[in-house]
Design a protein around this ligand. Structure first.
Ligand SMILES: Cc1cc2nc3c(=O)[nH]c(=O)nc-3n(C[C@H](O)[C@H](O)[C@H](O)COP(=O)(O)O)c2cc1C
Ligand code: SF4
Length: 369
């Protein structure tokens, strides 16, 4: 019998050939001067598509230089980036596999430093970041509208470059995540306070994208349902926000968690046992009870049997993985052909490499990305 993992699913009008998602993965490989796409990235995406991943989500692309988070990060901050982004899309659509590709669009907010973003980092409120040792500057209301425009313009560029959709990065403590978190959003105006006001910026972005890109261009989100901080976002609030975003036109949701200052981030080390797999799945299952759009389960999923169980029970709709595809971009194909039953990724986190992501455990992949 065919595994449910290899059955299709649609996100809006975008047809996915199977239930596997490559979770957004920053690769440190763009031109650090301006975030433009480099040939090694085109090759990486060609290999991911060849590997039959249903939906490939790019690394986070900054929507404005003030939101650059990391060296070698890709950018969608002006129209000059469209030709390079088109090459990524062509590498995926040119494959026979039928893989689709979304651009993840992001602003780092307070989780960056002036040497990267060339200014004092911005945030909803002045809340000191003990990791970067930065006191951010609070955005004015006028600047919040500007941020919304940056996200909408980045989505318009994604559409022009041929992407099948966009994913808003509202996780891990970056700007949109810091808006929905009561820990980092202490505003008393229309953009802070209760969960509705804290999430307003995201609904405004979705509605702006809808206007510019039309109803058929999917907008997905990666969102924290926990910050791993006692005063951070709660699952209950995240579920209410998710429902409100669906009503605003959101078409898929990926549930994640963590913030730099929490110590426990989104990329957990040492996931080895099957019981440890899917560390954000229980949160996604709860959010799914409140929405009818596809929900992605994430966090340390490594084993085919575990993925199958999660999907077959209807607890989530899609399986999202990141590190296993750094280890092996062809993992899904290897699963389908019965060549592998578990990703060899041991969650050691040594793939964070400023010279370009690579798996230290899989020497045969070294140099190919
Ligand atoms: C090298 C690396 C880069 C990442 N870049 C991003 C990113 O650009 N955007 C994002 O939302 N998450 C990013 N993540 C987090 C992953 O998408 C994912 O949420 C996390 O690694 C858990 O999934 P996994 O256990 O399958 O790796 C990154 C993770 C790694 C290891
Ligand atoms: S270096 Fe390889 S094994 Fe270690 S976490 Fe990264 S992909 Fe997995």
């Amino acid at each position: 019998m065919k595994s449910i993992l290899f059955t299709p699913l649609d996100i809006g009008k975008v047809h996915l050939i199977n239930r596997f998602v490559r979770s957004a993965t920053h690769d440190y490989m763009a031109d650090d001067r301006d975030g433009s796409i480099q040939p090694a990235q085109v090759e990486l995406y060609r290999r991911l598509a060849e590997g039959e991943i249903g939906l490939i989500i790019t690394g986070h692309a900054y929507v404005h230089l003030s939101g650059k988070a990391s060296p070698g990060q890709i950018a969608a901050d002006d129209d000059s980036k469209i030709p390079g982004l088109k090459e990524l899309v062509s590498a995926v659509h040119g494959s026979d596999s039928g893989s689709r590709i979304f651009l993840q669009i992001s602003h780092a907010g307070r989780q960056t430093k002036p040497s990267l973003c060339r200014q004092q980092p911005v945030a909803p409120s002045e809340v000191y970041d003990p990791v970067s040792k930065i006191m951010p500057r609070a955005l004015t209301a006028v600047e919040i509208y500007q941020v919304i425009e940056w996200f909408v313009a980045a989505a318009r560029r994604a559409k022009e470059a041929g992407f099948d959709g966009v994913q808003l990065h509202a996780g891990h403590g970056y700007l949109l995540s810091s808006f929905i978190s009561p820990h980092t959003n202490r505003r008393q105006d229309d953009w802070g306070g209760n969960w509705e006001k804290r999430s307003r910026i995201i609904r405004e972005i979705i509605s702006g994208i809808r206007k510019v890109c039309g109803p058929d261009f999917p907008v997905a989100i990666k969102m924290n349902a926990t910050d791993h901080l006692p005063e951070g976002i709660t699952l209950e609030e995240a579920s209410l926000i998710a429902r409100s975003l669906e009503l605003a036109g959101l078409q898929a949701i990926e549930i994640s968690g963590g913030m730099n200052e929490a110590g426990l981030g989104s990329v957990w080390p040492g996931v080895r046992a099957e019981e440890d797999e899917g560390y954000f799945v229980p949160l996604a299952v709860e959010v799914k009870k409140k929405v009818s759009i596809p929900v992605m389960g994430l966090g340390g999923i490594r084993t085919l049997r575990v993925a199958e169980k999660v999907i077959a029970s209807g607890r989530v709709d899609l399986i999202s993985m990141c590190r296993p595809f750094i280890n092996n971009p062809h993992l899904v194909k290897d699963f389908r052909l019965g060549r592998l039953e578990k990703s060899p990724c041991i969650s050691c986190n040594k793939c964070f490499n400023p010279r370009g992501i690579r798996c230290v455990q899989n020497k045969s992949e070294a140099g190919k990305n």
